[in-house]
Design a protein around this ligand. Sequence first.
Ligand SMILES: *[C@@H]1O[C@H](CO)[C@@H](O)[C@H](O)[C@H]1NC(C)=O
Ligand SMILES: *[C@@H]1O[C@H](CO)[C@@H](O)[C@H](O)[C@H]1NC(C)=O
Ligand SMILES: *[C@@H]1O[C@H](CO)[C@@H](O)[C@H](O)[C@H]1NC(C)=O
Ligand SMILES: *[C@@H]1O[C@H](CO)[C@@H](O)[C@H](O)[C@H]1NC(C)=O
Length: 305
Amino acid sequence: MRRVLMVNFGVFLLFCVGLLSTTLGQVSDDSDTNSTTAVYIVTLRQAPTLHLFQQQEAVTTVREQNHQGSKHGDTSTFTTPKLQPRNMSKSRYWRSRRSAISQAHDSLLRDALKGEKYIKLYSFHYLINGFAVFVSSQQAEKLSRRSEVVNIVLDFSVRTATTYTPQFMGLPKGAWVKEGGYETAGEGIVIGFIDTGIDPTHPSFNGTDASQRQYPVPNHFSGVCEVTPDFPSGSCNRKLVGARHFAQSAITRGIFNSSEDFASPFDGDGHGTHTASIAAGNHGVSAVVSGHNFGSASGIAPRAQ
Ligand SMILES: *[C@@H]1O[C@H](CO)[C@@H](O)[C@H](O)[C@H]1NC(C)=O
Ligand SMILES: *[C@@H]1O[C@H](CO)[C@@H](O)[C@H](O)[C@H]1NC(C)=O
Ligand SMILES: *[C@@H]1O[C@H](CO)[C@@H](O)[C@H](O)[C@H]1NC(C)=O
Ligand SMILES: *[C@@H]1O[C@H](CO)[C@@H](O)[C@H](O)[C@H]1NC(C)=O
């Protein structure tokens, strides 16, 4: 969970680059030479702007509903969903909230690390109220003792590697353990996908998993498995328990391209195969692409069907 949160912050960093100020901490005597400096993500107790924004939106919606109700004498009217959320960056009010939060971060740092050297890299205000700061471990310790601070974590680098996702999410010691291990995680669940199709020959959907265990016949599943020349009999098994295709609309509209699309559940694209294997692919499937070994892949719920 910790790691997941930090990745979210990483993504958040990217979004905020243009919006947030960089502040250089006050420079003073540099006696603290032994400490290891690193970037920490500090989260504060105070609410982020999104929280305030949602509260305000809720108030506005209630007002609008009340207004409509009185105008039409009917309170049971549909409320039109807001397809365009209001743009927080445009409002002067939200800009001023943002800069107030950033200033509060600066003054907290000034106060907590009086006269010391540090670099604030980003202030975050949308989803969390917090900041990224380059400090020593002693300074991080000082920050963690502040009552305003709820959480402080070390920033770290990650590589993109889909075979690492279960470890990254902490499943082997977390959710999988609760479900009786990866050997049973997802057992008894049939997951439905609406996507570009599925490649039934992919080892992630082999009816016998890597521990040579068969899948059970699902109890309450009544879906069909279509048979077409591209998706021959035998494509479905106890892992891939059903598959259908819906191409009539694309064919009728003349946008079906038979050199890349299949009028069958077969996946002409790869996306559907990819997402289905992420959710429910067999555990321990070796991922070798063009001779490069990417390790061993697993679905998140490897025993689901
Ligand atoms: C630096 O800090 C480490 C860990 O706190 C300590 O073991 C080490 O003795 C310190 N070195 C100096 C030169 O102060
Ligand atoms: C919101 O407003 C900002 C500033 O005017 C602009 O840069 C941004 O593109 C807008 N975003 C959307 C989704 O309209
Ligand atoms: C499925 O797995 C079994 C047992 O691991 C293996 O013998 C078989 O060749 C696999 N089938 C496919 C289509 O890969
Ligand atoms: C159909 O797909 C092929 C292969 O991707 C492509 O070369 C061709 O231009 C497509 N035809 C149309 C009409 O889009």
